[in-house]
Design a protein around this ligand. Structure first.
Ligand code: G6P
Length: 506
């Protein structure tokens, strides 16, 4: 497994991300808790270990390189178990790298995380310019927090280190890092959300500083070509003095050169496949009982963070249209929507949550009967096992964001569809659509009638066609899985790292 042989990263790896891979928590029920929790020496503190996604994929790479991971420490107990600098060896019991937690005051979190990151960059990059709230001080706090992370990197960086920054919480840090680490240290970043058009980007407060910040990287990754092109458009338009090479996809600015690449992120497909095969039918039955879903029904599934970019109201409207048009399906079709509340300090998220809940209630009142509810909506936490079971069982999965950088849920569903059936209905606004689109049923989430027709097509699809589509989707998802993505990123990192040495970066 190339992920754990240590040669994957050319030097010691320093990861910077907002969310941390291990989180410590006080837990009065520590003794009885099972699952991913493992008790530490302090019996009332448990630690959550990475169970999926990028964090779980990166963790073994940082372990193999005996590197460092720098992240916001947001758990109550996080600093009680760490040293004065916020550092702790992880994984617990088998310490192979340092997790350095950055302690942020409430005001810092409010301005950097709930403010500039999620009231400005998130809506702006997703094209929701109307939702951008530019509050005074948020950008300054964002800068201050980026500086704190950059200072922490500088403490750990060595000449052959590779610094890999994750996502939009750190638009300024790369240049700060560049200026404080040895020239031969490689600085890379992956921007996990879309990059906006110049027309949207012009509304970005501190936009020029963000571009300059990102061009402190030697390597900058996006999911798809479209975001790379738009980033280059923005640099050409808004950063005088930058030299953009469209063919090579490089930008020379401020004495350095940044290479911009498109590498669509995948999911840990083999693990999702394995978990789906291991699904326990009793557990799935009890989940159906819990939500009062008839086992015989056609099941549609939606799994999302409760975010206005995910197109949940549009999805509900399409389901409503489907029910209007197909009275014969009443009682026989159930749509299960699981939503994870997110960033709830922000008004736009609260308003959106209220809208989703009231639409569910309205549609259920309109069509529901004593023993059937068309939409089962829950904000409950579902375990990975329960999710795998639902993915495998669902007859159709609806992924309808208006805009989404990639969308991993669509790929998880495909990886877990081990019986080769199940239909993916996928929005053309997702990065995932660039790769999977032609084999999924494509929708424009804002076209209610077209969306409803695709739902009908999914429900009535001939098994042979469904299996053919799913097999093709599975090949794509397995070929471009998380391991492939990491290898591709590290191939680029190695290349940039080698170029720097050749050019006398040492
Ligand atoms: C998106 C972002 C991630 C983020 C996740 C959850 O996928 O790209 O960086 O971690 O949303 O959001 P949260 O604000 O809870 O970290």
């Amino acid at each position: 497994d190339s992920r754990s042989d240590g040669s994957v990263c050319p030097g010691s790896l320093i990861v910077v991300s907002n969310r941390q891979p291990y989180r410590h928590e006080y837990d009065s029920e520590a003794e009885d808790s099972g699952g991913g929790d493992r008790s530490t020496d302090t019996s009332s503190i448990t630690v959550d270990e990475p169970t999926g996604g990028l964090t779980a994929g990166l963790d073994p790479v940082v372990q193999a390189s005996e590197g460092t991971w720098i992240a916001w420490g947001d758990g109550e107990a996080d600093f009680d178990v760490a040293d004065d600098d916020g550092c702790i060896g992880v994984p617990p019991g088998d310490e192979s790298y340092t997790l350095q937690r950055i302690d942020l005051s409430e005001e810092a979190v409010d301005s950097y995380y709930y403010g500039f990151s999620n009231r400005v960059l998130w809506p702006l990059c997703h094209g929701f310019v109307d939702l951008v709230e530019n509050r005074s001080n948020d950008f300054e706090w964002y800068r201050t927090v980026n500086e704190r992370f950059a200072d922490a990197v500088a403490e750990h960086a060595e000449p052959d280190s590779v610094v890999w920054v994750q996502d939009y919480h750190f638009g300024l840090a790369p240049r700060m890092i560049r200026e404080s680490v040895p020239r031969s240290t490689t600085v890379a970043q992956f921007w996990h959300i879309p990059w906006p058009t110049p027309a949207s980007f012009q509304h970005c407060p501190g936009g020029r500083a963000i571009l300059e910040g990102l061009l402190g990287n030697d390597l900058l990754g996006f999911h798809i070509d479209r975001y790379v092109e738009r980033f280059l458009d923005c640099v050409e338009r808004y950063l005088p003095g930058a030299d953009v090479d469209r063919t090579q996809r490089t930008v020379a600015y401020g004495g350095g050169t940044t290479r911009i690449v498109a590498t669509p992120m995948g999911v840990d497909a083999p693990t999702h496949d394995e978990n789906a095969r291991a699904v326990d039918s009793d557990q799935l039955s009890s989940l159906f009982d819990r939500y009062d879903i008839s086992r015989e029904n056609v099941i549609g599934l939606g799994v999302d963070r409760l975010d206005y970019s995910k197109g949940i109201p549009e999805r509900l409207a399409a389901i409503e249209r489907l029910l209007e048009r197909n009275p014969g399906w009443h009682g026989e079709f159930t749509f299960l929507q699981t939503a994870t509340p997110s960033r709830t300090d922000i008004d736009a998220y609260q308003r959106h949550g209220d809208l989703v809940r009231s639409e569910v209630t309205r549609i259920n009142r309109r069509f529901g009967t004593d023993d059937w509810e068309p939409i089962v909506y829950t904000e409950d936490y579902l375990s990975n096992e329960e999710l795998s079971g639902l993915y495998r069982r669902a007859d159709l999965m609806v992924v309808s964001p208006l805009v989404d950088g990639m969308n991993l849920v669509a790929q998880e569903y495909v990886a877990a569809s081990v019986d080769g059936d199940g239909v993916l209905v996928l929005s053309e606004g997702t990065g995932a659509h660039d790769r999977l689109g032609s084999h999924a049923l494509t929708i424009d989430p804002t076209d209610v009638d077209g969306f409803a027709s695709q739902l009908e097509a999914a429900v009535t699809m001939a098994p042979r066609e469904g299996q053919h589509r799913m097999n093709t989707l599975r090949n794509r998802v397995f070929d471009g899985d998380l391991e492939w993505w990491m290898e591709t990123q590290f191939d680029w990192i190695r290349r940039v790292h080698a170029d720097k040495r050749r050019d006398g970066g040492n």
